[in-house]
Design a protein around this ligand. Sequence first.
Ligand code: AMP
Length: 194
Amino acid sequence: MARIASLCVYCGSSDRGDARHRDAAAALGRAAAERGIGIVFGGGHVGLMGVVADAALAAGGEVIGIIPEHLQDRELGHGGLTRLEVVDSMHSRKARMCALADAFCILPGGLGTLDETFEIVTWKQLRLHDKPVVVLNRDGFWDPLLALVAHQVAEGYVRPEHADFFLVAETVEGVFEALAAAPEPSTPERPGRL
Ligand code: AMP
């Protein structure tokens, strides 16, 4: 079973989402802290990103943010983190988030969240890492995404075993159950290829 000390969270930067998503984001941050699992995230203090970080910190958890220099103002670089790393580009941000994390969790979000989700899954498809990726499908938010991937499998563009990279949990508790059940990564990381 995979040993998870650090969980990378991809989620929305918008504050206009459903209050239930904020509750789920806070619950995830708290639950990670209670389990001694550190959070890695985009480093902003906006939207669900800020909610996860604040909740984890309030529960005594470790939170590391990775933010590109040019987004520090727009995403309000979080001032109270365990560590805020400022990087030079979006690509550096994603590579660094991947390097620091043992697993990934997808919360509701927008286009940036989709970008991050597909990048981490395609990196796994290319065997650049073999870490678990869990989608928190609270209230069916990600049903359209999962339906799209199922459609791609049915049409022959995605291998069924690659679609299985999306572990799906309905609850925060389920996220940690999925992580606990995930196998130990079988491929070595290849950071030089990211
Ligand atoms: P969104 O889901 O659009 O609210 O974005 C969530 C996070 O993804 C924000 O921190 C964005 O800055 C980030 N993001 C958006 N596009 C990219 C990208 N191409 N690479 C890395 N992060 C991104």
